[in-house]
Design a protein around this ligand. Structure first.
Ligand code: AMP
Length: 280
């Protein structure tokens, strides 16, 4: 496994494999890897010959008052984990390499970025789609792997790849969870002890919605109000509890077919997001 900082050097390395027609699998991350990331890497390993994992805490996707500076980082541990999983290249660029002086180009997906997290983190998805486009252009993978944990992100990226004819297969893997249901996240490391014990309530509220829908409830407002009751007891603040159509991410009133139930809430000083897909 090689850890590569330079864009040119990575491209040069990858050219070799591409010439031989070896399929390239790509897992973009912000590092501080956990089982969720590893499940993506394992799938990529199974389906490709060359595996690239990028580790880049992307300043463009953090708001001015968000946790860019204190986002957890541990390249040494990440490298050990990647090596164990048979990763070929870790791409670890510097911010200056990705956004040099004079950088001025941004990619924005409209519509899909307006609801859910887009409402509360106005520049977030523009930052995500910009960096992922750059990474896709650098790595030029056959398949890129994303997590259902960030459902809106995966939907936005799939749209972008299709709209811009990127010719990259986007695969979305299920959310990896702790035993108590909490969705794994690098940020969980920063939960206070009380926050950590309260955090599984997010998934419990989602499960409540799932159970209600499965047992015939169709009124989204009623379901959300039940979830809110449960979550308010654990969360310091709720950004949103939403039931949306997974195609266009618009709120649904009456549940029909497949819906995405999604939550963002502040617990123990951290903003947690989670979601489930439910079929009525
Ligand atoms: P991040 O490092 O948080 O930007 O995540 C990198 C990739 O891993 C994204 O595609 C995430 O959706 C995915 N991911 C993060 N947490 C999980 C999880 N608990 N289960 C599955 N995938 C995840």
């Amino acid at each position: 496994m090689k850890i590569i900082h330079s864009i040119n050097k990575l491209q040069k390395e990858l050219r070799r494999g591409r010439k031989k027609g070896l399929p390239v699998g790509f897992v973009p991350t912000m590092g501080f890897l956990h089982e969720g990331h590893l499940s993506l890497i394992r799938r990529a390993r199974k389906e490709n010959k060359v595996i690239v994992v990028s580790i880049f805490v992307n300043p463009a996707q953090f708001g001015p008052n968000e946790d860019y500076k204190k986002y957890p980082r541990d390249l040494r541990k990440d490298a050990a984990l990647c090596k164990k999983e048979g990763v070929d290249y870790i791409f670890y660029p510097a911010v200056k390499a990705m956004y040099p002086e004079g950088y001025s180009t941004y990619v924005k997906v409209e519509g899909l970025t307006e609801n859910l997290c887009g409402k509360y983190r106005p520049a977030h998805f523009r930052g995500v789609t910009t960096v992922v486009s750059k990474l896709f252009n650098i790595v030029r993978p056959d398949t890129a792997y994303f997590g259902q944990k960030d459902a809106q992100q995966a939907i936005v990226i799939r749209r972008m790849a299709e709209d811009l004819n990127m010719g990259i297969r986007i695969k979305v893997m299920p959310t990896a969870r702790e035993k108590d249901g909490l969705a794994m996240s690098s940020r969980n490391a920063y939960l206070s002890p009380d926050g950590r014990s309260a955090a599984p309530t997010v998934y419990r509220a989602l499960q409540l919605a799932g159970d209600l829908i499965k047992s015939g409830s169709r009124d989204a407002a009623k379901i959300k109000s039940g979830m809110r009751k449960m979550l308010s007891a654990a969360a310091d603040k709720i950004d949103y509890i939403s039931i949306v159509n997974p195609e266009d991410l618009k709120d649904v009133k009456k549940i029909k077919g497949k819906v995405l139930v999604a939550v963002a809430a502040w617990i123990g000083g951290m903003r947690l997001i989670d979601n489930i897909e439910v079929k009525a």
